[in-house]
Design a protein around this ligand. Structure first.
Ligand SMILES: [Zn+2]
Length: 347
């Protein structure tokens, strides 16, 4: 009994990540100094720190469509559910080539589905998916890369409540098999691109850190602007089949009390002197344009002249930003261009 207790305490210190209470995230820097240092993540994206950068290209995903004959390993590591990815998956259009390592999730609880780590103007989303990559041009593996300033690139996908998402279910449906810490299961390969938002061209980019200890400031973050929808049931992860247990509470050794894995997100960090670069323009006209689904006559009137303008620009093959310097109008045209492309594709 004493041995068991000692082992439990030791393992608790090593691997149980606590977000609240006296051993919560405020205490992380005592053992992991980087957690109290600079370049920490997550952060809140608010307009004072955002700066448009026309050099931010959409990322390209190579090898993301993994055949179902290949398998991913899914594991409950006590503070999240992590799925190891194929080393044949990598990203282009970053300063280096980054190879995929794993993906995992952060979420809230059954009463409050506000579990995203990054926030936008103070607003949380229901959950957040992180796809972790390492700089495979400079480092042999993720362990060697994770404490280097240019070591990691993480994609973050904000998740909000909406209809049932069959693509995310390809992961979620296996949660019943990794209910307890250290359990693992094999997941058939699928197209990981389907977990990303449709629009890959609009994102926040900044230099930050791991959001769990040891909090190394080694992450080039890409947080996609457009959230992906999953259903309430999927987001709460608390259906009888989905409930995840992070640990057995030590206070109840005679009658162990399962500790439900909830609220595994870190609070937003000080941003100090940093800037977040954005690949999109913000503005009232822009917002108006994207609200077009809700609007009627006035939008139609606005879109007709824009259609002709953008068609002309497309034919000229010049970068749009040089032709139309007025920021809000540029965003508007960019949006229209995107839509034209989608239309052309669908035709
Ligand atoms: Zn994460």
């Amino acid at each position: 009994r004493r041995e068991l207790e000692t082992w439990l305490r030791l393992d608790k210190r090593v691997s149980l990540l606590i977000y609240t209470g006296p051993d919560g995230e405020k205490a992380w820097p005592k053992k992991y100094p980087f957690c109290g240092g600079v370049f920490q993540s997550p952060i809140d994206f608010h307009k004072d720190i955002l700066q448009y950068d026309s050099n931010l290209l959409p990322l390209e995903f190579i090898g993301y469509n993994v055949p179902s004959t290949d398998q991913f390993t899914l594991i409950n590591n006590g503070h999240s559910v992590k799925m190891y990815l194929s080393p044949t998956m990598y990203i282009r259009n970053l300063p280096f080539e980054y190879t995929a390592s794993q993906l995992h999730l952060h979420w809230g609880n059954r009463n409050k589905s506000e579990g995203s780590e990054h926030t936008v103007s103070g607003k949380h989303f229901a959950a957040e998916l992180h796809i972790v990559h390492y700089n495979s041009e400079k480092y042999p593996d993720v362990t060697a890369a994770m404490d280097k300033s240019d070591g990691l690139a993480v994609l973050a996908i904000l998740l909000e409540i909406g209809p049932f998402n069959p693509f995310y279910e390809k992961i979620f449906r296996h949660f019943r098999n990794v209910k307890y810490k250290d359990q693992m299961v094999q997941v058939p390969g699928f197209n990981v691109r389907e977990l990303l938002p449709d629009r890959l061209d609009e994102y926040y980019r900044y230099e930050g850190s791991l959001t769990t200890p040891p909090c190394y400031p080694s992450v080039l973050w890409t947080v996609f602007r457009h959230p992906v929808k999953i259903s309430q049931d999927q987001a709460s992860l608390n259906t009888p089949t989905h409930i995840l247990i992070s640990w057995i509470s030590l206070a109840f050794l005679d009658d162990p009390e399962p500790l439900e894995m909830v609220d595994n997100f870190r609070n937003v960090q000080e941003f100090h002197e940093r800037l977040v670069f954005i690949s999109f323009r913000e503005g009232k006209l822009y917002e108006f344009f994207y609200a077009k689904k809700q609007c009627t006559v006035i939008c139609v009137n606005l879109k007709v002249p824009l259609y002709f303008t953008t068609t002309k620009i497309q034919k000229s093959h010049f970068p749009i930003v040089h032709l139309v310097p007025f920021p809000s109008l540029t965003s508007l045209l960019h949006g229209q261009l995107y839509e034209n492309k989608v239309l052309m594709k669908s035709i």
